[in-house]
Write a protein that binds this ligand. Structure first.
Ligand SMILES: Nc1ncnc2c1ncn2[C@@H]1O[C@H](COP(=O)(O)OP(=O)(O)O)[C@@H](O)[C@H]1O
Ligand SMILES: [Mg+2]
Length: 426
């Protein structure tokens, strides 16, 4: 599929007669030299493309040109030179009316400081973009209510923003972007004002929403940890230039230059490179008392061949593989095939990734991450902790017999007669 956003040789120079700044830069002048002549080179020769369904992070220190870049993508700022395309449409060819239409129908933006209207209710704020685009009240209220529910704010539509915490206000900003129903979301330091725990929560929620709704996200941050957590790919920006584009692994393993190398050195590596930093929260986990048909439906909804099974207290019981589920459904069983729930390797949030390599080499299944009370937090899929090439040679190709052993019987016998019935087939 063609990229959703494409930038080719993009420049933004602020000041009088900015085009002369572009010429000077192309002739090798530096940013500082331009500044001496009264021009600010905010974005210099930036090229990248964002694929459909990708979370693409632009990461750089304050002043490196991130906001300028995203505002050009949004059509809020015209580029001084270079080309920017949304799908096949070239932004610089568009009339102002056409650009407004793109903003209404294709691209929505979430800002750092929420940008909520204080005298309007949460529901009206979520519906604001739709109101501006002329949608009737009933339709926009329905869309806003759905979006608020998606971000966990069901029931808050009638309140004023001031009644909400910072984290909740940012969810309203997110709901507004979701209500607009655009396939592209631009987020400029959207979580930077939130405190760390709430921020982490929002990051998880964004990944979850992105997967469910298949949005393309261009996310800007100055926080490398956040970039590593969210980004399918990361563009590192410095002084207006993109100095490297790659996955977090590529950037950590092969920094393109000394600048990037120093940057990632300053990062709290122990925090980046832990199970907690790279784990995923699966959309579907099988609860105690749920049966094979539910498991089958969940497997269809996920892209994994396995499901995590939790006990009632949310401690992990094990992992269930799709062929065992299929066999149970085929045999018409209506209880879980307990004997086929396999033990899975367990890590804590701060287990270093280096230790995960070893676990992953021994087990085919995902690694489950638990908190200090052994409650389930997330999983690190096997592919995420594939060992580095050197040790990969030593790892055997996993076969089904490499699966971890059968789980020891749980403390309590599995319920034979469940009160909650499994959902009907089909
Ligand atoms: N409207 C403007 N006029 C002049 N200079 C600007 C304007 N907007 C941004 N700049 C300058 O462009 C550079 C990049 O800014 P910005 O894109 O906001 O960076 P970031 O978002 O990475 O912090 C900075 O030097 C900033 O002062
Ligand atoms: Mg900025």
């Amino acid at each position: 599929m063609p990229p959703v956003i494409t930038a080719e040789g993009l420049y933004k120079v602020f000041g009088r007669r900015p085009a002369r700044g572009v010429d000077a830069l192309r002739q090798g002048r530096s940013r500082d030299e331009l500044r001496d002549s009264g021009l600010t080179a905010a974005v210099i020769d930036a090229s990248f493309s964002v694929d459909p369904g990708e979370i693409f992070v632009v990461m750089g220190l304050s002043g490196s040109g991130k906001s300028t870049l995203i505002r050009m993508v949004n059509g809020l700022l015209p580029a001084t030179a270079g080309e920017l395309r949304i799908g096949d449409d070239v932004l610089s060819d568009m009339s102002p009316a056409k650009i407004r239409e793109v903003r209404r129908t294709r691209v929505s933006m979430v800002f750092q400081h929420f940008a909520l209207l204080p005298h309007r209710t949460v529901g009206e704020n979520a519906a604001y973009g739709l109101e501006v685009s002329g949608m009737n009240r009933a339709d926009r209220e329905a869309k806003a209510a759905t979006a608020l529910e998606m971000v966990g704010l069901k029931g808050w539509g009638g309140y004023k923003p001031a009644a909400l915490s910072g984290g909740m206000q940012q969810r309203v900003g997110l709901a507004r972007a979701l209500a607009a129903g655009t396939d592209i979301m631009l987020m400029d330091e959207a979580f930077s004002a939130l405190d760390p725990l709430i921020r982490r929560d929002m990051q998880d929620q964004l990944v979850d929403l992105q997967q469910r709704l298949d949005k393309t996200v261009l996310f800007i941050t100055h926080d490398l940890n956040e970039a590593m957590r969210l980004g399918d790919r990361i563009a590192m920006m410095r002084d207006g230039r993109i100095v490297q584009v790659g996955t977090s692994d590529e950037i950590l393993n092969e920094p393109a230059n000394d600048y990037v190398a120093r940057f990632i050195q300053d990062v709290d590596r122990s925090r980046v490179l832990t199970a907690g930093a790279i784990m995923e929260k699966p959309n579907e986990v099988l609860g105690d008392g749920q049966g094979p048909r539910t498991a089958h439906r969940m497997l269809r909804a996920t892209q994994n061949p396995w499901l995590v099974v939790l006990n009632r207290d949310r401690t992990p019981r094990g992992v269930l593989w799709e062929d065992d589920v299929a066999a149970a459904v085929g045999a018409g069983r209506d209880d879980l095939p307990w004997s086929t729930v396999h033990e899975m390797p367990v890590a804590s949030e701060d287990t270093p990734i280096s230790e995960l390599f070893t676990l992953a080499a021994k087990h085919l299944s995902p690694i489950v991450v638990v908190d200090d009370k052994d409650r389930f937090l997330g999983v690190v899929p096997g592919s995420r902790c594939s060992p580095p090439p050197a040790s990969a040679a030593r790892t055997q190709t996993p076969t089904p017999t490499d699966r971890p052993g059968v789980m020891p019987p749980p403390d309590q016998p599995p319920p034979m007669h469940r009160e909650v019935r499994d959902e009907p087939a089909g």
